[in-house]
Design a protein around this ligand. Structure first.
Ligand SMILES: [Zn+2]
Length: 473
């Protein structure tokens, strides 16, 4: 406790430090749990509305799996987290209030093994569990923040992409504040130490941390004053790297294999680069020259590229090869094979593959999304409703499932239920105004039972009350 208290005192202005009694209270003083939650929601609304948000359930699912593997071994508060992907080639990852952690595609591709990726994410998780963001914000004058929305924008801009967001936030005065939100060196050390602990407990290679940050530091020499957002917000000192190295030197050496999912996610991202035709050529050459660390991943990249190029027959041939190989049971492979059939217009085969896949991996939601969509495409809406409702019982906070529920009810001609589901999806994306609008449309349609109507009205009152309270804040 004393160590952390000292760390914090060093991080803020001396004048402020003298009045601050206790860490927990300091962050809670300006930042209640409810406020942090509201701020988290405002941030995710901005994230989902950002064209750079990568709406890819499979990559997001992988990231959440990796993130939760680390969270589950954390010795600190085990709260809810949301891991999301930003389609941006720069190497970056950032923690936001409310346990929201963003990872750039550039980081996913630059990491040379899974332990390197895990080390950056473990570091970000530690910024969240240690309340660093709240403490950083609390250390500023409260009057600085014109509104929750401006703070949300300033945080996102400072962490994610200052260049693009700069123009948008100039009018909110947030631009001048973002530099004050960079992490202090003490916070960095704390996040390194706790991140290292998580990394070893989750059985990743602890050397991943020093090797990745070392490379980042070498690369940064080329950036000069225009340093990437990650290095600006997470000051990387030679002390930090020396600490990481001395920690991992004492660890017993053991080789950690990358998961197949890690390889497939990277293959998926690489296959999205350049034009479809170029991506196909690149993927074919990789396979031909055997320039891969994993053959299945290289084949996966080729199928993804072929689907982009709309070469469905060739894609199916390649899928068959993967399915007869050793990794046919992987859920991402199952999803790829079903997607290939669906893209080729073979609904029967697609449904069969989705069904097999979702039975084998009931917890892998991308397969469930695909199955529901395929049922809808085949006009089998009652069956789709059965699957979507079963999934919603299990995962009532999944906005993608609510979107699919809205489509299903729409296909069944149920307007109130369709708008209500759309409203739930909007609320879960942090957009209460859109949620209230949607549910009002549903109530106006008036085609629900008495019970459904009163439930919708109660839900609307609930959202209106929250929205009103947030406006006051
Ligand atoms: Zn950091």
């Amino acid at each position: 406790m004393l160590r952390t208290l000292l760390a914090f005192s060093l991080a803020i202005q001396p004048a402020l430090a003298a009045d601050l009694p206790d860490l927990g209270e300091v962050s809670r003083q300006y930042f209640s749990d409810q406020q942090e939650e509201a701020l988290g929601r405002a941030i995710m609304r901005d994230v989902y509305a950002d064209p750079r948000y990568l709406d890819d359930p499979e990559i997001e699912s992988y990231l959440n799996q990796l993130g939760y593997k680390l969270v589950s071994v954390s010795s600190r508060n085990q709260r809810e987290f949301v891991f999301f992907v930003v389609d941006d080639p720069t190497i970056n990852a950032f923690a936001m209030p409310g346990g929201n952690i963003g990872v750039h595609t550039g980081l996913l591709l630059a990491a040379q093994n899974e332990s390197e990726l895990a080390s950056v994410i473990a570091h970000e998780i530690s910024h969240v569990t240690q309340d660093h963001i709240a403490r950083q914000v609390a250390a500023q004058q409260q009057a600085y923040w014109p509104s929750m929305a401006a703070l949300a924008l300033a945080l996102l801009a400072s962490r994610s992409n200052p260049n693009i967001a700069g123009a948008a936030i100039a009018s909110t005065q947030a631009y001048s504040m973002q530099n004050q939100l960079d992490y202090s060196r003490e916070f960095e050390r704390e996040a390194d130490r706790l991140g290292y602990e998580m990394l070893t407990r989750a059985d990743y290679d602890p050397r991943g941390m020093s090797s990745f940050f070392n490379r980042l530091q070498r690369a940064s020499r080329f950036y000069d004053s225009n340093a990437p957002a990650y290095l600006r917000t997470h000051p990387l000192t030679s002390d930090r790297i020396a600490d990481m190295e001395s920690r991992s030197e004492s660890a017993p050496y053991h080789q950690v294999q990358d998961s197949l999912d890690f390889q497939l996610v990277r293959a998926r991202l690489r296959a999205q680069e350049n034009s479809p035709a170029d991506a196909v050529v690149a993927a074919r050459n990789t396979l031909k020259d055997k320039r891969y660390s994993n053959e299945t991943a290289a084949q996966y990249a080729l199928v993804t590229a072929l689907l982009r190029a709309r070469q469905f027959k060739e894609a199916e041939i390649e899928v068959q090869k993967i399915l007869s190989g050793p990794n046919s049971g992987n859920p991402m492979i199952q999803q790829l094979s079903a997607n290939t059939a669906l893209a080729a217009g073979n609904q029967v085969l697609a449904l069969q593959r989705y069904q097999t896949g979702s039975n084998a991996y009931p917890g892998y939601r991308p397969l469930q999304y695909g199955y529901i969509s395929a049922l809808l495409a085949a006009g089998r809406s009652s069956e789709a409703l059965g699957v979507v409702n079963k999934q919603l019982d299990l995962y009532p906070l999944d906005r993608r499932l609510w979107q699919l529920a809205a489509q299903t009810h729409d296909q069944l001609g149920q307007h109130l239920l369709s708008h209500s589901a759309q409203a739930e999806a909007a609320a879960l994306s942090g957009n209460l105004i859109a949620a209230i609008e949607q549910i009002s449309l549903g109530i106006k349609a008036g085609d629900g039972s008495f019970h459904e109507m009163s439930a919708a009205e109660a839900r609307r009152r609930e959202w209106q009350a929250i929205e009103k309270a947030q406006r006051k804040d």
